[in-house]
Design a protein around this ligand. Structure first.
Ligand SMILES: CC(C)(COP(=O)(O)OP(=O)(O)OC[C@H]1O[C@@H](n2cnc3c(N)ncnc32)[C@H](O)[C@@H]1OP(=O)(O)O)[C@@H](O)C(=O)NCCC(=O)NCCS
Length: 399
């Protein structure tokens, strides 16, 4: 790859994928001492998607990625860099991005993962923009994909109610037109390093029978400290990106924040002095999908007609690290281009290759499998659901 002068960066493709299975707050009431009322009041979350046993972070990311490539009007081999933001990779090695590259049928792109927790998609977006600006790539696929339901402690009501599975993706392309990405801000505050973390499995504490017995392979969180960080940081990070874009905050048409908690999002609106109708919220149906939450929310915002060419949009996220990041961009594309992406790219056509001489143990935590296997009366019958089809699942859900 050769280096050329700075080039414009445009967001040309977008897509998302959510697994069919849904875990409601009523389901969680059967697992921990909680209530739908508590969860809705404190977080705004009503349900979250749960990946099926055959699904992985790479498989969900590949579906979202192919949908974004389709929306961009490109072929998989037009992509010359693949970045996957995730804190729940399929394996420690290889990167999830390498598995995604093969699954989408790309033969030419370098591929790597970005680790910045829930801010990962924004960090990946910034990395892709820098590659394009430097002339190192022309079409970059940036995916946020997470399978968090396999990393949760289903005896800890402070964390297991929050997170869900899914993937979202964008294609960023070099352009001769004026740039659509106009301001980026990233921050990292290591004082919060152990406020939300996963203690064991890394080199500081390799996996062992003892780390498993101590429950150290599951996400731990100081909820109040994380909440304080988020409410302190999100608005200021968004404002910094807006200032770099040369805008004032009242010019922003839509903020697409990380979907962690409705109260945090309301605090961002207050901090930015913007009405809630200029903030996109879909966490009631997804929970916190970490690096996937912003690109999933973007794709839904476009599908719902909340975004049109010329709009000033801000993505803003925060997460473990503590990290935060924001991107200010002007929307340039026809929203209708994504119309048929979900029909054209079917989950059943996307496969992630497995090693020939290895298979995983059953990946679904037993308590979760038990609840999913015995739906509450009135729940949809999952035996009838095509794996990986939220639309199909919803079509069968009771009113
Ligand atoms: C997790 C969070 C919802 C908890 O809400 P909170 O108002 O801070 O609640 P607290 O942790 O102070 O707990 C208050 C009480 O509710 C209880 N509680 C915690 N989780 C509960 C649950 N799911 N159901 C019922 N009660 C619960 C606590 O045990 C505590 O009880 P106590 O007063 O008897 O000790 C909130 O702190 C939060 O959203 N933090 C940010 C988390 C986040 O966004 N993480 C992702 C980062 S990317």
């Amino acid at each position: 790859m050769t280096v050329s002068s700075q080039r414009s960066v445009r967001l040309t493709g977008w897509g998302r994928y959510a697994p069919a299975q849904v875990l409601t707050n009523a389901d969680l009431e059967r697992m921990v001492d909680t209530s739908d009322e508590w969860i809705v009041t404190r977080t705004g979350i009503r349900e979250r998607h749960v990946a099926a046993a055959h699904e992985t972070t790479a498989s969900m990311g590949a579906i979202a990625g192919l949908r974004a490539i389709h929306t961009a009007g490109l072929q998989p081999d037009d992509i010359d860099l693949i970045i996957v933001a995730t804190l729940s990779p399929d394996h420690w090695m290889p990167s999830t991005a390498a598995l995604v590259k093969e699954a989408i049928g790309n033969t030419r792109a370098p591929a790597f993962d970005v680790a910045a927790a829930c801010s990962g998609f924004v960090y990946g977006y910034a990395t892709a923009s820098a590659y394009i600006g430097a002339g190192l790539a022309s079409n970059v696929l940036v995916i946020g994909a997470e399978l968090l339901t396999r990393y949760l402690d289903y005896t800890d009501r402070g964390t297991c109610i929050l997170f869900g599975d899914g993937a979202g993706a964008v294609v960023l392309s070099a352009s001769d037109e004026p740039t659509s990405t106009v301001g980026i801000e990233l921050t990292t505050d290591p004082q919060g390093a152990y406020m939300i973390w996963l203690p064991a499995g890394g080199s500081a504490s390799p996996p062992s029978a003892e780390t498993v017995a101590r429950g150290e392979h599951k996400i731990r969180m100081e909820g109040r400290e994380t909440y304080r960080f988020a409410t302190r940081t999100l608005a200021s990070t968004a404002l910094a990106a807006v200032a770099k874009a040369g805008w004032t905050q009242d010019e922003v048409d839509l903020i697409i924040p990380h979907q962690a908690n409705a109260r945090i999002i309301e605090a961002v609106a207050k901090g930015l002095d913007l009405p809630m109708d200029r903030i996109f919220v879909n966490l009631d149906r997804y929970g916190n999908t970490s690096a996937a939450s912003v690109p999933i929310a973007l794709t839904e915002a476009v599908a719902e007609g909340r975004v049109k060419p010329g709009d000033k949009i801000v993505f803003v996220a925060f997460g473990a690290g503590f990290t935060s990041g924001a991107v200010a961009l002007e929307w340039t594309e026809d929203p209708a281009r994504a119309r048929d992406a979900d029909q054209v790219v079917r989950p059943e056509h996307v496969t992630v290759r497995k090693p020939v001489d290895w298979d995983s143990v059953d990946p679904i935590p037993p308590v979760l499998a038990e609840v999913l296997a015995k739906p509450l009366p009135g729940h949809m019958d999952l035996s009838d659901v095509v794996p990986g089809e939220p639309e199909h699942a919803h079509a069968h859900a009771p009113d």
